[in-house]
Design a protein around this ligand. Structure first.
Ligand SMILES: NC(=O)c1ccc[n+]([C@@H]2O[C@H](COP(=O)([O-])OP(=O)(O)OC[C@H]3O[C@@H](n4cnc5c(N)ncnc54)[C@H](OP(=O)(O)O)[C@@H]3O)[C@@H](O)[C@H]2O)c1
Length: 249
């Protein structure tokens, strides 16, 4: 399979690319700074690197070329955790790139349905399910939404997939993966997947390693049954280790 990865230079994106390459997939990445990728990745026979100054300035025609022949797209895009990254433009990076890629896929009229995986967050709710959030948490999330543009962006991107692409789209099937607080662990460890958060993202967050997020995403691509189980949903992923705020505590 050929998978397009955006956000491939990020902490999670790099792990996703490595796991896909290790599984024998062909990987195409659109990046600003290819030098952030490891030597092993850059020299891999199955990687193809597209360097752009600004992904948001790509035309739909250009994006149609990049997604052509792909089987899946994975977005690990996120706002860089700097003052400028969080509070400066582009405020709707994740949403706009999601829309750009989905429009390009639709315009290409693919022969088979394409998969789209969005890296999202437990701070976002799946409005297709009755996800209960306490009043206090709703209030705090409202303030974060108001003050922190990336929260709004993450919510809008998932909402676009949920409401605009929907459940019966003949061109695109999607999954929004929701990790809790991200941590770095060097190897894949035990993790659990739930349809909705089982703990408060604000007052009792769990932990999710980027490695496990990358592993789950790569399994979604390679395991048909797993994809069928979660397509059109927003699975939540927690590390199992209670020391790391495991999902089963
Ligand atoms: N932090 C948490 O605890 C947490 C929890 C749940 C979910 N999340 C979400 O998970 C996602 C990924 O997390 P991460 O830690 O892997 O992120 P990261 O390391 O900050 O990676 C972000 C990626 O987005 C790219 N990017 C940022 N601004 C860009 C721009 N203006 N144009 C093009 N590309 C741009 C970066 O590219 P460059 O290398 O070119 O900058 C990088 O590839 C984020 O959306 C975040 O909201 C985070």
């Amino acid at each position: 399979m050929t998978i397009l990865v955006v956000g491939a230079t990020g902490a999670t994106g790099q792990l996703v690319v490595k796991q896909l390459l290790d599984c024998g997939e062909e990987v195409r990445v659109i990046v600003r700074f290819p030098e952030k990728l490891s030597e092993t990745t850059l020299s891999h026979k199955n990687i193809s690197v597209i360097t752009v100054t600004n992904i948001l300035q790509l035309s739909e025609r250009e994006m149609r070329e990049y997604v052509k022949d792909c089987d899946a797209v994975i977005s690990c895009l996120g706002h860089n955790l700097t003052f400028k990254g969080i509070f400066g433009p582009p405020f709707t990076l994740v949403t706009d790139v999601t829309k750009l890629i989905c429009h390009a896929i639709k315009e290409n009229k693919p022969q088979r349905t394409m998969k789209y995986i969005l890296m999202n967050s437990t701070g976002n709710s799946n409005k297709n399910l009755r996800e209960t959030v306490s009043l206090v948490e709703k209030f705090v999330l409202g303030i974060i939404r108001l003050l922190v543009p990336p929260q709004r962006d993450n919510e809008k991107a998932a909402e676009y997939l949920r409401s605009e692409i929907g459940q019966d789209n003949q061109d695109i099937e999607w999954i929004a993966v929701r990790p809790d607080s991200l941590i770095n662990v060097n190897e894949v460890t035990k993790y659990s997947i739930f349809p909705s958060p089982i703990r408060s993202a604000i007052f009792n967050p769990g932990k999710t390693s980027r490695m496990n997020v990358a592993h789950f995403m790569s399994e979604l691509i390679s395991k048909k049954k797993l994809w069928e189980k979660w397509k059109g949903q927003m699975p939540v992923i927690y590390n199992d280790d209670p020391e790391e705020g495991g999902g089963n505590t």
